[in-house]
Ligand binder design. Structure first.
Ligand SMILES: *Cc1c(COP(=O)(O)O)cnc(C)c1O
Length: 337
């Protein structure tokens, strides 16, 4: 059984308003609407103070901490780490973000600029994770999971409330999928309010842990492969408590997109929608353009989840240049309207 209810999500909306930006814009995309043959709306989470939706969940977790918590910790230097740092500072709480010495200096500086302590431990993410657990066990810190925490999931779910408040006629919602906190929370809100709505998780073709786990019927590990949708990498945890069940219960489908499709969709969001967004944000458009989506008639919303993209990669893509991903090269091509 999943413990998350609509009441938790409504409660999160009341709590997080002072820290996260609520009711983010939902403009139409004329280009994608032409392709889909129905209204396509873009839910713009790129305007959050940290550049990504994860602030909603982190804010809700920070506002629901157990009595006596000394501070918060996690070991992400990506959108979750930024969100935890920002939300903690907003509440005058200490945040220690654990990371390995492989993390690039710009990311370390980014976390420090948000007022958190960057603690460099070991030579791998696993070693950093050990320190984060130790802080939780021995020093009274609370470790905030990026996706497998009910308060985090309820915080992300507030996006679902906003979508239906603005557009009760929405027929399909496309959600970038990684650990499944975002999709689980939003789908719970959407399906509880409007059971007929279709909710589709979208993720990259290679290294998609939630997709593999749903297919296997239990959490499984996958090999990580460099992707333009870098925010969608990582596992779901062998001991997954919430997000796996929520995704299994509430998602109608999970669709995979290729790196070439993500490249093209980032060009479309830039040249047509005039958006700077990261690869993870473009998977919905990638799926729409691929024509492989099973949408029902009526308006479609796709989530533009974040804008924290490497600007060298981004400018290469919008200029149609080749992009190197691990040991493969994505052949450049120009956007043709
Ligand atoms: C974390 C993240 C996602 C996926 O969220 P999950 O809850 O892990 O599924 C999508 N887009 C961006 C930009 C993210 O940072």
């Amino acid at each position: 059984m999943t413990a998350l209810t609509l009441a938790d999500i409504l409660d999160a909306r009341r709590r997080i308003a002072d820290v996260a930006t609520l009711d983010t814009p939902l403009p139409p995309s004329p280009f994608l609407s032409r392709i889909a043959g129905d209204d396509v709306l873009l839910k713009l989470e790129i305007g959050q103070a940290t550049g990504a939706f994860k602030l909603r969940g982190a804010a809700n977790a920070v506002l629901n901490l157990p009595e006596g918590t000394k501070g918060v910790t996690c070991c992400s230097t990506g959108n979750h780490g930024r969100a935890v740092a920002y939300a903690a500072r907003a509440r005058g709480l200490r945040a220690v973000i654990c990371m390995s010495n492989l993390v690039p200096e710009t990311k370390v500086a980014g976390i420090r600029a948000l007022g958190a302590e960057a603690r460099i431990v070991g030579r791998s993410q696993d070693e950093a994770q050990v320190e984060s657990l130790r802080l939780a066990k021995e020093e009274g810190f609370y470790e905030i999971s990026p996706f497998d925490d009910l308060h985090v999931i309820a915080g992300q779910g507030t996006i679902g409330l906003e979508l239906l408040d603005r557009r009760p006629d929405l027929a399909t919602v496309l959600i970038p999928l990684s650990g499944g906190g975002l999709a689980g929370g939003i789908a719970c809100a959407l399906k509880t309010i409007k059971p007929s709505i279709r909710v589709i998780g979208i993720t990259m073709e290679h290294g998609a842990a939630m997709h593999a786990s749903m297919a296997a019927g239990k959490p499984v590990a996958v090999t990580e492969i460099a992707s333009l949708a870098d925010s969608l990498g990582g596992g779901i945890g062998a001991e997954n408590r919430y997000s796996f069940e929520l995704c299994r219960r509430f998602l109608d489908d999970v669709v995979l997109v290729s790196e070439e499709e993500i490249y093209r969709a980032m060009q479309v969001h830039y040249h047509e929608d005039r958006l700077v967004c990261e690869g993870a944000s473009a998977v919905g458009a990638a799926a729409l353009i691929s024509g492989r989506l099973d949408v029902q008639p009526g308006p479609i919303a796709t989530l533009i989840t974040g804008r924290n993209v490497d600007m060298k990669v981004f400018t290469d893509i919008i200029s149609g240049r080749d992009v190197h991903l691990g040991d493969t090269t994505l052949k450049g091509h120009h956007h043709a309207a």
